[in-house]
Design a protein. Sequence first.
Length: 491
Amino acid sequence: MSLRVARLLVVLGLMAGLVLAHTSLPAKAQDHTPTPGITAPADPHAPASATPHPTAPAATNVAGHGEGEGHSDHAGALNELLVGLIIILIGAKLGGEIFERLGQPAVLGEILVGIVLGNLTLVGIGGLDYLRTNEPIIALSELGVILLLFEVGLESNVHEMRRVGFSALVVAILGVVTPFLLGWGVGRFFLPTEPWQVHVFIGATLCATSVGITARVLKDLGQLQRPESKIVLGAAVIDDVMGLVILAVVGGLIQASMGGAPLGVLGIGAIIGKALGFLVGAIAIGTYLSPKLFRLASFLTVQHMLLVTSLGFCFLLARLAAEIGLAPIVGAFAAGLILDPVHYKDFADKGEHSIEELIHPISGFLVPVFFVVTGMKVDLGQLGDVSVLGFAAALTVVAILGKQVCSLGVMERGLNKVAVGVGMIPRGEVGLIFANIGLGLQILGPNGAPEPVVSPSTFSAVVIMVMVTTLVTPPLLKILFTGSKPATATA
């Protein structure tokens, strides 16, 4: 056994011990702690019956020996958060390490760790279910999504999108429309009793391509400069923009139906106009204002001003998007698209790192939380149903086939059109973000009661689709590019 494998096994053993120890803590606390405020929390503002002076318990709590309910609840919540983050972060890195050694994206390992943690009750291990609903952890995961889309925007470039030409636009349109229609058809076939909103939302989850995963695979293969790669990456960025617009439209349709006022053609047009108007307006106005904002910030000599200004800009646009009824990730993506190194040249002249380098450690902490929490929402018990497995398989097949139509959009001669179609396959983080949003959207079910657009079984099927499409892309691209010389595109 190699030293690296031995170390990995030791870390896995320590993590397993931590999980087992933590899952036994609640029972011990209930067995050995007589304080009513811990086992059955009451109003923290109510005075303790055994203490005539309500201020006394608070003073004792500061010393760490009191029985005040508010302090106990706060300390318990903090302990849950800390232990939860330890388990999530260590598990995410171990899972990512294993999958990267297998030549796969680390995100797959992070999702798989979440699936394992979320289904420990199937083997008799409880105590970690709270991670699915713990509000601080959910808030951190949602913040991770915002930073993730901000990074995707930073890696994209509006000028580069223009340079890739007409082929990337056609590839992107085909890569959105075809999977959307196929996903809608599969949803209607396998879920005939569900409302139409469910079928439409399933189609929407198949639209976008993961820019990050595709770029990482092409970079690892040393093929980023090929014409096919530039078309794929340009089309993937356009895919993301179109996917976010579709998400805004579908979300608006669902919210309108819940309000009892179905949207007409004008209403749908208004939502599309709002989404496109926000993106175009944010890019146009932001491109004009952001250099002035960063130049102003550069006059301050306090540390980390570039990082703080960038994050503030990202959060501001995310909030503005939410204010007009769009998903915050739309604003975060727009913020990333806007920012260009020339905008913060004054900081660069001082020797500052790029925004991407400054954001990376923070996203390295928050983004894995999102993927692990997403994996925890997968109910493996649902996969015991043959119909759910069949739905997941069909969804995966149409997700792969739908993107192969993209090859028809390559206008240049002499290029590897199949490689373009394969490069558009992985859904990665974008599909997971759409599915998570679907869990929060409500529709009226057959019995008239509100229910999530994406049910637990549908969510599990979508996660399987995302994992498989991400898993098959690296080896397929390696086969298609290995031994082939980059072609020179001709019209």
